[in-house]
Design a protein around this ligand. Structure first.
Ligand code: SF4
Length: 225
C-alpha cells in the first residue's frame, strides 16, 4: 500500500484528492461543493467508487487552495466531505474547513465508514468532528440499501453534531434520493447517493462509450457512501 507522507504530518497538511465538484444539490442541503478524498481502509461490497479505495497518490492540494476552489461559486453555502475515507485525512480536511470558513460560514456534512463512538476516541479526528455539522457514519452494506435518504444503507446513522442543519427541513434519513451526472470532456462523474437503477444506467452508458467501436474514455468516478 502506498502512503501519503505529508497528508497527516507536518505543519501544512496536504490533501490527497480523488475529485471535486463545485456546486451540487445532490449531497446535502442547499448548493454545496464536494471533495472526495483518495484512499479508504474499508472495502465495502458494492462500494460505488472502488477506484478511490486504494491509498495511492492522486491530486495533491493544499487546504487553502482547495477552499478557494470550492467556494468559487458565490452561491455555495456548504461543503460535503466524502471519499474514500475522510477520516484518513482528518487534519487536512479540518484545515480545509477552517480556510473555507475564514471566507464564508459554510455548513459541513461529512461521510465516514467509521462509527462516531470510535472516532471520539481518536485525537487525530477531534478537530474535524468539532467542525462538522452532520456526520453520516458506518460502512455501506448493500443488502441494507433501502433506496432512501442521503445515507447509503439503513445501518448508517445521521448525527447532527451541531444544530445548524437540524431544523433546515432536509430529511437526511428518508428523503427521496437524487443524483447528478456531470460530463467534463471525456470524464463523467455521478454525484450523489443514487436512486435505485441510476447506477446501473450510468454503468451501462459508460460501458457503451468504452466499447471498441467508440472512442475510449477514462475511468468514470462515482460517489461512494
Ligand atoms: S463505501 Fe465508503 S467506506 Fe465503504 S469502501 Fe467505499 S468509500 Fe470506503
Amino acid at each position: 500500500m502506498n502512503t501519503i507522507p505529508s497528508a497527516q504530518t507536518g505543519a501544512a497538511p496536504v490533501l490527497n484528492v480523488a475529485a471535486t465538484r463545485v456546486g451540487t444539490r445532490a449531497l446535502g442541503p442547499g448548493l454545496r461543493s464536494v471533495v472526495w478524498v483518495q484512499g479508504c481502509p474499508f472495502h465495502c461490497a458494492g462500494c460505488l467508487a472502488p477506484d478511490w479505495i486504494p491509498d495511492r497518490p492522486a491530486r495533491r492540494a493544499h487546504p487553502a487552495d482547495l477552499a478557494a476552489e470550492l467556494l468559487a461559486d458565490p452561491r455555495v453555502s456548504g461543503l460535503t466531505l466524502s471519499g474514500g475515507e475522510p477520516m484518513q485525512q482528518a487534519k487536512g480536511l479540518a484545515a480545509l474547513v477552517r480556510a473555507a470558513r475564514a471566507e464564508r460560514d459554510v455548513t459541513v456534512v461529512c461521510f465516514t465508514g467509521h462509527r462516531l463512538e470510535r472516532l471520539r476516541e481518536r485525537p487525530d479526528t477531534a478537530d474535524l468532528l468539532a467542525l462538522t455539522d452532520v456526520l453520516i457514519d458506518g460502512q455501506y452494506v448493500a443488502r441494507l440499501d433501502d433506496g432512501r435518504g442521503l445515507r447509503g444503507s439503513s445501518n448508517q446513522r445521521v448525527h447532527h453534531l451541531t444544530p445548524r442543519l437540524a431544523a433546515c427541513g432536509y430529511d437526511f434519513d428518508n428523503r427521496p434520493r437524487t443524483a447528478e451526472i456531470t460530463v467534463d470532456g471525456p470524464e463523467a462523474l455521478l454525484v450523489g447517493v443514487p436512486p435505485p437503477g441510476v447506477l446501473a444506467a450510468f454503468d451501462a452508458a459508460v460501458t457503451a462509450v468504452r466499447s471498441p467501436r467508440a472512442t475510449p474514455a477514462p475511468p468514470a468516478p462515482r460517489q461512494p457512501t
